[in-house]
Design a protein around this ligand. Sequence first.
Ligand code: MN
Length: 507
Amino acid sequence: MSLSLRYNSHTTAHAFAAPAGFVSPRAFVVIIMKFLHLADIHLGCRRYNVEERTADFFRAWSDVIARHALPNAVDFVLICGDFFNSRKVDPQAMNHAIIGLQMLKEAGIPVVAIEGNHDQHESDAVNRFSWMRSLSQWGYLILLEPDTRDGFRLVPWNEDERSGSYIDIAGARIFGTHWFGTSTNAAVPLVVDALRDARGEGLFNILMLHTDVEGQLNRPNIPALSISRMKELRALVDYVALGHTHKRFEIEDWAFNPGSLEACTIDEFKEERGLYLVEVDAAGRVTAEHSRDYTQRPFQRLNFDVSGVPDAEAVHAGVLEVIRLEARAHDPERDTTPAPIIEINLRGHLGFKNSLLDIPRLRDEARALTGALHIMISNRSVPVEYAVAAGLDSDASRQVRERRIIEDLITRDIRFRGRAHDMAALTLEAKRLALGDESPEKILSLIEQQLELAATQTDGAHATLTGSGDEAMHARTGAADEGELVASASALQAIERNALKAATSDG
Ligand SMILES: [Mn+2]
């Protein structure tokens, strides 16, 4: 097809051949090459069941082409993985892809891509087809992949087959790799070996990589590429074009990661993301200008602490107050930016049932107040009855902490709530005896005695079970220590009878 035929004659005429260390006078900088570096476009990403979100990814993609690729007449566009959000590309996402690719094709701008973890082909043994490969076959982009049929090789682009691992455009030699997953660090020596043979002398060598890098936003399971491993590429590559990490970062003016075009999850809302417009001068000097000058959906995250708030109505009022004070309000008449997506986190200890919160009403009122596209309310609060060791001093000793945790766990059971303090002491004592190899019979006998004691004290006095019996219980512990009471088989049953009455009269 016609794409690879489009070499600007004026740039190929200057085929890059600057000797190392050559510095051209500042006043006379000749830009020999210009390209856009994109990654993680994630077409087809759907979140929050909001239809507009899918359109956001398309708008970012087409906006970047219209505002950056076409007016700058770049020599090529790099897409460093995750062009699509999924290997199973949905029809709408393919439409979105083609609209942008067609714009670039008509402008004669080649698109060079690699696969990322989201859109990589299945293992070749299973299925050698992928939509990225199809787009390459159809002439919409140039998909670069290492040849792994017999070891690991970087092979030149074959225009007839429309496949290969590297291609020369406008004085650049561009190398593509694929997603290495957990073996990224192990793969680097293979890439280094292959680059030694294939690297273009006198050309500007670009390596496209889809990987996290040590020290950046690293995920727990997949190891990032270590800096020391990466630097093995230093002598062979003039520009490392990264993708995968959804935030911008740069390493020594040599490796560049633009970040995703859009936020794929709310957790990315704070990260800087965008694209690079890269210029290379005759001395091989790189100027990579990061830009977020295109339409991005604004995100905001607000927090509200529900601890100590008496009821659902007060939570409702409190959240709306935070929104009035802090939320980014959107006026469709005046604002040129899109309406924001706002997440509201409820945190802390909720003093009543979750079900009493009317989340849909809160969402509707928050939306009316802000004009947001979408309001997400995530209730991350913990019901206060499930709060274990809440407010405990962080310096508390292990013993204090252990006792308090056991006590709080016992408190969850309404039958024992009023006596949690003593039950915790009994539990710890039983544990101590068990660790001291005391016989099970003896431990059982202690438990029975203590329960009996409690039952005797409680008989006819429900108050001790409904919460006001703390002092009485403490007094009783003293009595038990003196062994004044006798165990009886009916002790436990008596407690449970009383507890039941207490529970049913409690509403
Ligand atoms: Mn990605």
